[in-house]
Design a protein around this ligand. Structure first.
Ligand code: AMP
Length: 194
């Protein structure tokens, strides 16, 4: 199973991604997580991306493209994977297409978690206030949240249209409890697998 999960910041991607990865025994490849680890480790990559991430802006396509290409070439991704947070721009779709072609693989489904703006803003504010069991992040401040939402609408939403035209996009209602959303995703993945 080769999957891409995307949706606005605060849509619950991280939580759902982990569940999907566990259920289908595929690696959860989160570009945001990989970049946060790079920042925490103080690596060269981390130094290059830290400021952009803190501002809620995207890191350069080529840079993240290299990170993803290297990760997808690892053994554990050979039987499938779940990409979380990539591709996020039209150019990143092209980069992913090239990487997959080299690997002789194709994306089975792109899952779009649909959550209305008001709910996204509420969830992100909640995550910020209560620290949400360790889910709080350096980029969860009000200014950065607004910028991440703006960047999503401007650069990432068009990604959905490309996959919709290709016929691999699946819209999932991302409102409700974690269990409800996961059940919807499972329903469609069982169909894909069958
Ligand atoms: P996320 O955890 O997916 O919300 O990502 C956190 C931050 O990492 C984003 O706001 C970007 O600064 C950066 N990032 C993650 N994935 C990408 C990507 N595919 N392209 C560019 N920047 C990314």
């Amino acid at each position: 199973m080769r999957l891409v999960l995307f949706g606005p910041p605060g849509a619950g991607k991280g939580t759902q991604a982990q569940r999907i990865a566990d259920a289908w025994r595929i690696p959860h490849i989160s570009t945001g997580e990989m970049l946060r680890e790079a920042v925490a480790s103080g690596s060269e990559l981390g130094r290059q991306v830290r400021e952009l991430m803190e501002r809620g802006q995207l890191v350069p396509d080529e840079l993240i493209g290299e990170v993803v290409a290297a990760r997808l070439a690892e053994d554990d991704a050979g039987g499938g994977f779940l990409l979380d947070g990539f591709p996020r721009t039209a150019h990143q779709i092209e980069i992913l297409d090239r990487v997959l072609e080299r690997l002789g693989a194709e994306i089975d489904r792109v899952i779009l978690l649909n959550v209305p703006d008001e709910i996204v803003t509420e969830r992100l504010a909640g995550r910020r206030e209560v620290g949400d069991q360790g889910q709080q992040r350096a980029d969860d401040n009000e200014e950065t949240i607004l910028e991440r939402l703006r960047v999503y609408a401007e650069q990432t939403e068009p990604v959905a249209d490309v996959y919709r035209k290709r016929g691999v996009l699946a819209d999932v209602d991302g409102t409700g409890t974690v269990e409800q959303v996961f059940a919807r995703i499972q329903g469609l993945l069982v169909e894909v697998a069958g």
